[in-house]
Structures are given as structure tokens and as C-alpha cells.
Design a protein around this ligand. Structure first.
Ligand SMILES: O=C(O)CCC(=O)C(=O)O
Ligand SMILES: [Fe+2]
Length: 163
């Protein structure tokens, strides 16, 4: 988080503070993708962006994560002992669009079981998610309206429009 803040030319703590500081949350999800005899006809997870700030993803040795970039789906290589970091919707909004949320999906393997353990870095539910004031200038007006985190997540989960 500190490095991303630095990449935006901000104080190290700026992003973490924008997520609620010590009250930001870390949630571990365990995904199990059983083998599937028809891998081309099925997805483990359909395309989505994560409604959180960041995902830190650890997987077993079976590849499957794909990210969308410039009109193509790219396989994310499995690298032993590595953590894949993806940017979610909250960082998109806090960074006023400078860091893009990653559209991704998960494919299934014909023979092997895939497992993944993403840790989601999430804002405190009561924090107002808004572009950091340091990033708003005359040339860079705010691209997103402020919204309370729990309302944002509710609207995203139920596919309601969000400004
Ligand atoms: O399994 C993966 O590599 C990613 C999982 C994922 O995108 C998710 O749980 O939101
Ligand atoms: Fe995801």
C-alpha cells in the first residue's frame, strides 16, 4: 500500500488512511476449483473486478487466473512462493483513476484441482471512499463521487449503478 501511495507521489500513509487506517480490514477467502471435464465451457469464476482495495493472491501450482488487458485475456503464470497482487475498485477510486482495477477471471483445469487463497485488503465499512484530495487539481478533477464503503459494496454486489 505504501509503495502504491509513493507511486502516486503521496505520503506513504495516504492510501492506508483513505481506507480507514488501522480500521481497514483483511479478509481471507478460500477458493476451490474442482477439475472439470469441459474446461472450455466452464469458468471457475466469471470475469469481475474485486470490490475491495487490493487482493494478495496465493495459489496452488495449477494455473487458472487470467487478466484482461488491451482486448485480450492473459494467463497469469504460476510462480512458486509468489504472491499475485491485483488492484480492486477501491484503489481505482482513491487514486482518482490512476491505478486501474484489474478485470480478471479464473479458468478450470481438466484434470487438476486448483485452489487459491486471496487476502482482500478492504476499507473500513464506515469510511467514505473518495479520491484522495491530494490528487485533485484543476487539471485533474474528481472522477468519482464520495460514497460510504458499505453502500458502495452493497451497490456493486447487487449490480446497482455507482457514480
Ligand atoms: O483464484 C484466483 O487466482 C483469483 C480469485 C479471485 O479472483 C477472487 O476470489 O476474487
Ligand atoms: Fe477476484
Amino acid at each position: 500500500m505504501d509503495q502504491i501511495a509513493e507511486g502516486l507521489g503521496l505520503r506513504h500513509e495516504a492510501l492506508k488512511e483513505g481506507l480507514g487506517g488501522e480500521k481497514s480490514e483483511y479478509v481471507l477467502r478460500i477458493n476451490n476449483f474442482p477439475p472439470n471435464p469441459q474446461p472450455d465451457a466452464t469458468l471457475g469464476l466469471p470475469e469481475h473486478t474485486d470490490i475491495v482495495a487490493l487482493a494478495l493472491i496465493v495459489t496452488n501450482e495449477v494455473p487458472g487466473l487470467q487478466v484482461f488487458h488491451e482486448d485480450h485475456w492473459f494467463d497469469v503464470q504460476y510462480v512458486p512462493s509468489s504472491i499475485t497482487v491485483t488492484v480492486g475498485d477501491q484503489i481505482l477510486r482513491l487514486s482518482n483513476g490512476k491505478y486501474k482495477n484489474v478485470l480478471h477471471r479464473v479458468t478450470v483445469d481438466k484434470e487438476k484441482q486448483r485452489m487459491s487463497w486471496p487476502v482482500f485488503v478492504d476499507a473500513n465499512p464506515d469510511v467514505v471512499i473518495r479520491p484522495l484530495p491530494e490528487l485533485i487539481t484543476g487539471d485533474n478533477p474528481s472522477m468519482f463521487k464520495p460514497i460510504v464503503c458499505k453502500d458502495f459494496k452493497y451497490r456493486r454486489l447487487f449490480k446497482l449503478p455507482v457514480d
